[in-house]
Design a protein around this ligand. Sequence first.
Ligand code: SME
Length: 149
Amino acid sequence: MTKTDKYKSLLPQIAALVEGESDMIAKMANAAAALHEAFGFWWTGFYRVVEDELVLGPFQGPLACIRIPFGRGVCGTAWQRGETVIVPDVHAFAGHIACSSASNSEIVVPLFRNGTVIAVLDIDSTDYATFDDTDRCYLEQMLAFMTKG
Ligand code: SME
């Protein structure tokens, strides 16, 4: 199964899981679990915008750092830019926050509500260059329907 096939089968499942549910924490929890299980990523989870920081939300994988300032690390950079950040080699990203030494590549996708970033989805891989525009495209679609309803 290609990456595209996996996303095409997963997206309707995640849409069904979150449909009609208004609680963002619950939706984040199921979305992280579904993605993590389907792809076998190293770490899959959300950081929520709480005042001037990102705070750890629902995730699957090893323990992670709890608070990330605006503009710091890959997560804080995606929040600051308001756009997806793909990092093929985290060791080459200035300011990368290493929650785990096993992580080698990463994608961070902002989750918007009414044009404002309210959280980011962070996925880490132990392989280099795991993420590309296919991941960006499907993950952005997935997050868009998480803020409906
Ligand atoms: N590497 C992230 C921090 C979060 S952990 O990877 C779960 C960053 O640089 O923002």
